[in-house]
Write a protein that binds this ligand. Sequence first.
Ligand SMILES: Nc1ncnc2c1ncn2[C@@H]1O[C@H](COP(=O)(O)OP(=O)(O)OP(=O)(O)O)[C@@H](O)[C@H]1O
Ligand code: SF4
Ligand SMILES: [Mg+2]
Length: 339
Amino acid sequence: MTLLEIKDLSTIFKTRRGDVNALDGVSLSVDHGCNFGLVGESGCGKSTLLKSIVGVLPPNAAVTGGQVLFDGRDLTKMDEDALRKIRWKEISMITQSALNALDPVYTVGDQIAETIRIHEKADKSTVRKRISQMFGLVGIDAKRFNEYPHQFSGGMRQRAIIAMSLILEPKLVIADEPTTSLDVIVQDQIFTNIRRLQRSLGFSMFLVTHDIAVVIENCDRIGIMYGGKIMEIGPVAEVVSRSFHPYTMGLKNSFPNIVDRRCELISIPGVPPTLMGTLHGCRFAERCPFAADICRSHSPVLTRIGADHHAACHFTDRVESMREKAARAGTWGDSHSSR
Ligand SMILES: Nc1ncnc2c1ncn2[C@@H]1O[C@H](COP(=O)(O)OP(=O)(O)OP(=O)(O)O)[C@@H](O)[C@H]1O
Ligand code: SF4
Ligand SMILES: [Mg+2]
């Protein structure tokens, strides 16, 4: 059953140099109890999408079209008061700068207690008990309730943020690069912990990351984003093992543990587009080794290529040949080599 459904969502940033089309017609859905992972390079619109969902965009941004249906209600039509009731209580967000999200002036325990007090009527001892239980679940010693954020290590602070995001038992947890600043071991511990908590609390997760391997380990479905658009979307195993979009093929090449046949890492030369002004054709055309004239003039639409698997490329009918070529470093070395 669908918990979150995003339909044709577009968001712009107004800047002195013109409009930045950060999101362009994004559609996706997250089911109850499932994890969706969104992957893409820096600047492709991942954080903008999350902020558009929960209505925390900066003042120079505006949602220009589309819907965000959460449990059937369109969040883009809600006023700030109504949204504030939903944030934390029904949808919580672990932001990209989570390590700085705790206020240095208050103890960690008090900050989590405040989150409860804003949304619920609960007496002090009940609040304290709930936080101790949650500390236990995320692996923080309850004795640390009265400590300040600076007394916590990076990993502990991140656990505290997770405790805060789960304390009101939301239906959806949105996590924007929740472990980026932590080392791989702590990162693994945190995800193991989140999966365990999911089994007992049953929330869905919308995870944003640069790291496709993290999505493979933790998510059911994946969306590959580029230039403010979804390029490929579907079940993780399907998208990773039978990629239809050249950008997905390129991203896979740049991660060691999912390159099946060899250890060689191949990066995609060039940088993502700036998203300023009107954009024609496929957003990936500048860097795509398979780009043809039609790619520069016509934007490909997301097309169904399997059960629940969609890709936006003009040449999905030539996928076998593209996959074979995409696995070779030489194909990407000169990003305009032949098809
Ligand atoms: N406040 C802002 N004003 C103007 N443009 C912005 C603003 N915030 C983001 N952008 C632009 O919107 C686009 C999408 O940015 P966004 O932060 O959503 O990307 P991202 O995928 O989250 O990147 P990262 O992986 O680096 O966090 C980029 O082109 C970025 O420059
Ligand atoms: S539409 Fe063209 S440029 Fe875009 S990914 Fe497909 S082949 Fe490459
Ligand atoms: Mg971001």
